[in-house]
Design a protein around this ligand. Sequence first.
Ligand SMILES: Nc1nc2c(ncn2[C@@H]2O[C@H](COP(=O)(O)OP(=O)(O)OP(=O)(O)O)[C@@H](O)[C@H]2O)c(=O)[nH]1
Length: 321
Amino acid sequence: MKQARTPLVLLIGFLGSGKTTLLEKLLPVLGGMGRRPHVILNDYKNADVDSARLAALTDLVEPIHGSCVCCDSRDELFDALERVPEEEGTMVLVEANGTTDALELVELLAMDRRAGRFSPPVQVSTVDANRWQRRLWHNRLERSQLVTAGLAWVTRVDEVKPERRDQVVAALEKMGAEIYHGEVAPLAERLGSMDAPRAVVESHGDDCECCGGHGHGHHHHSDHHFASAERSLPPVVDRDALVSLVAEMPDEVVRVKGVCFFEDGGAPHLFQRVEGERKPTVIPLEVQPQTGPVMVLIGARLPMEEIDAQLATLAAVEAAD
Ligand SMILES: Nc1nc2c(ncn2[C@@H]2O[C@H](COP(=O)(O)OP(=O)(O)OP(=O)(O)O)[C@@H](O)[C@H]2O)c(=O)[nH]1
């Protein structure tokens, strides 16, 4: 039976958008649901202050003092994740600092083997209804932090007119996020019900505890909450088929990366496609990868049914050869 993975929630939002305030509200509700929230705080200036604010709510608050978990403090983040207890009900909430590159952080946690015992990350973005897209040269960063957000928590709705709130909500919905504001309970319930077995989005086998084993390619209806998904690939794939499959992925897929073997029997290859480009780069790997053939996809609301159908054609190409 597959080992359940610990749910991992990323809390990302611009400076002062209300991340710690949201945690203060979420933690008691999650605790009341029988969860053991473990908080990792990354804010180089305020980590100690914020951890003091939250310490009363959970004894599992860990400040990280390095500059940024998506770049300079990666090792500190993985060390902190390693210290997370493997107790039933544990879920991890990482509060990133206000200028975090969300995509970098999601990619890091989805692909680095040191995060292997955690579910693919779920991103919650905090958005200040008053200041959304009124930050001049920071507007771009603020928008980019939403690209991988499955869920968004809108703050300061008490300070704006209902028309402004509705305008911000509509803009965020257009970006694909599921919106919450006001009462924290529905958001806590959504997060608290994301059980780890459902977060295992790779191909399910006969022993899958979430679906009873509906076979290869089955995916759970809650996949789209995750900012990333992982799929195993056939042992050998046709190079052209893989390249065109990656090039023609749906628009929701922001980044794709993976390892595969081609029919020529040569070295394993790394393939990846970054935002704004369609064609993937494919390079041979000199060292043997730690993983088998695999594809990791990043983006909020990934249309996994469509993607699985495309992956099934990749398997058919291989089988036909
Ligand atoms: N009126 C109002 N104030 C809020 C709301 N949410 C947060 N605040 C206030 O906004 C300020 C910043 O909130 P924090 O929760 O510290 O924001 P943060 O995103 O953690 O801030 P950094 O860690 O500095 O990036 C605090 O004074 C909060 O009390 C809200 O929904 N309404």
